[in-house]
Design a protein around this ligand. Structure first.
Ligand SMILES: Nc1ncnc2c1ncn2[C@@H]1O[C@H](COP(=O)(O)OP(=O)(O)OP(=O)(O)O)[C@@H](O)[C@H]1O
Ligand SMILES: [Mg+2]
Length: 456
């Protein structure tokens, strides 16, 4: 069923068309002037508008433009008399999907409408496939609850639509590689290859051959010719990870690739062309490397056309909870599989290894918890509040103007008791003290309580 709006100042024809289309299962509304048609359109929900071209008040071309403006997802079909067929062709240029020359057979109309409906259904399917793909490989996978990360994703989405070179900057494990892939999958090159090269993972002597390819006999051991990543990525995206590690000679060649998309294979003088979008990433301070003379300044400026700085996890605590829950979600586990305290502890940690470290901590905690919800004791002891010393910043914060050691002790003991469900032996274990010591603390607490009640 398709919702169709018919706009024709000739009521009889409109009625005949409406009846026929209703008889094959479509839902029809009928307006007898351009103005009335546009008014109905604003109410929304029409998939197809079938409009006459020549009408006394507002003509079909104006209707077409209004539909495109008010409801860009609606298809417009023009109906017109012989004499004005050329106008119908013009209308197609303005975005109408089809036209019919009056008088037309009802069968013809039914067939044309049927074709448009089918195409619409198909494109809805393609859209939903694209969305599913986006969820799996694109920005759908990138968690961004924090304002900082949202801004990053927004920038990345914008640049994805262009062919500009992108430079992703940020600490290890912040999601640079994930974003590079998302940009590729959201770009018009998504159907082309995404080729990644890790400069740091290769010895200097091999980087150039990997990147630009080689001819047979280019160097000892080059028994055959081989295409490089720049060539393989033709039509797609070339992702240069760890760009800060690129050896000097390769930097020169990369500059040329960036300037005019040409390169030569090792052992050859023949310049080759390749059509690639370049994304580079590094956790190094490239500007400092330029100053130190280890990274070419001209290359830096060519790469830094659109720099995106990915903030470390400690600057976006909102993302910690969301990431933790999503890691559970990916394993089909719900939020009930982690205790509130454990989640709070995760959110308070500074995560020097960023998302990668967080992922590892949760994976390990799930193993330790063995089917039970993740509790504080399943988390690494390096986390604040789990054994070891709490970071000084936390202690400083703790010792604010109204700090009291007694109050802190009371809070800790009460918290342990609640967590242990009132079981004093278990609470003592949580506090790392003997049962006897807990009893004595409780006694002195109730004594103090009684004293302060007396004095008030
Ligand atoms: N915003 C995010 N949402 C969901 N997962 C993320 C996010 N950021 C990173 N990850 C995940 O964290 C892990 C590390 O991310 P990634 O490899 O992209 O980091 P990186 O910045 O490229 O690190 P390196 O500099 O070490 O290469 C990956 O498993 C990635 O899927
Ligand atoms: Mg990476």
């Amino acid at each position: 069923m398709t919702r169709i709006l018919i706009i024709d100042d000739e009521p009889k024809l409109g009625r005949v068309v409406a009846e026929m289309l209703e008889s094959v299962g479509h839902e029809i509304a009928h307006a007898t002037s351009g103005r009335a048609g546009i008014d109905q359109l604003s109410a929304g929900g029409f998939e197809i508008v079938l409009t006459d071209l020549r009408m006394p008040d507002i003509d079909g071309m104006t209707v077409l433009r209004e539909v495109r403006r008010i409801s860009p997802g609606t298809d417009v079909v023009i109906m017109t008399a012989h004499a004005t067929a050329q106008n119908a062709v013009d209308a197609m240029k303005e975005g109408a999907v089809d036209y019919l020359i009056k008088p037309f057979a009802m069968d013809e109309l039914r067939m044309r409408i049927g074709r448009i409906s089918e195409r619409r259904a198909l494109s809805t399917r393609v859209d939903s496939l694209a969305r599913r793909l986006d969820a799996r490989e694109g920005f759908g996978r990138v968690i961004a609850e924090s304002p900082k990360m949202r801004a990053v994703v927004e920038q990345a989405r914008r640049v994805a639509a262009t062919d500009e070179t992108v430079l992703l900057l940020g600490d290890s494990g912040t999601g640079k590689s994930l974003l590079a892939r998302a940009i590729h999958h959201a770009s018009r090159r998504a159907n082309g290859p995404l080729v990644e090269i890790h400069a740091a993972a290769l010895p200097d002597s091999l980087v150039e051959g990997e990147l630009f390819g080689r001819e047979k006999g280019a160097y000892t051991g080059a028994f055959d010719a081989k295409a490089g990543h720049a060539e393989i990525a033709n039509g797609g995206t070339l992702f240069l990870d760890e760009i800060g590690e690129l050896p000097g000679t390769t930097q020169v060649k990369l500059l040329r690739l960036l300037q005019d998309r040409t390169f030569t294979r090792l052992g050859s003088t023949q310049a080759r062309k390749t059509d690639v979008r370049i994304i580079a990433a590094t956790n190094r301070d490239l500007e400092a490397a330029v100053k130190a003379g280890t990274f070419r300044e001209d290359l830096y400026y060519r790469l830094a056309v659109f720099p995106i700085a990915v903030p470390p996890l400690r600057e976006r605590p909102e993302d910690i909870r969301a990431t933790a829950l999503s890691i559970l979600g990916r394993r089909g586990l719900g939020a009930d599989r982690i205790s509130v305290e454990a989640l709070a502890l995760l959110a308070a940690h500074s995560w020097p290894g960023n998302i990668r470290e967080l992922e590892n901590a949760i994976t390990r905690a799930l193993v330790l918890a063995g089917g039970e919800p993740i509790a504080v004791e399943h988390l690494p002891s390096t986390l604040a509040g789990r054994g070891g010393a709490a970071p000084t910043s936390t202690l400083d914060e703790l010792m604010g103007p109204s700090f009291s050691l007694d109050a802190l002790e009371r809070d800790l003991i009460q918290h342990a008791l609640v967590k242990a469900g009132g079981n004093k032996a278990a609470a003592a274990r949580l506090l790392g003290i003997t049962r006897r010591r807990l009893y004595s603390r409780l006694e002195s607490m109730s004594q103090k309580q009684a004293d302060s009640d007396d004095s008030s």
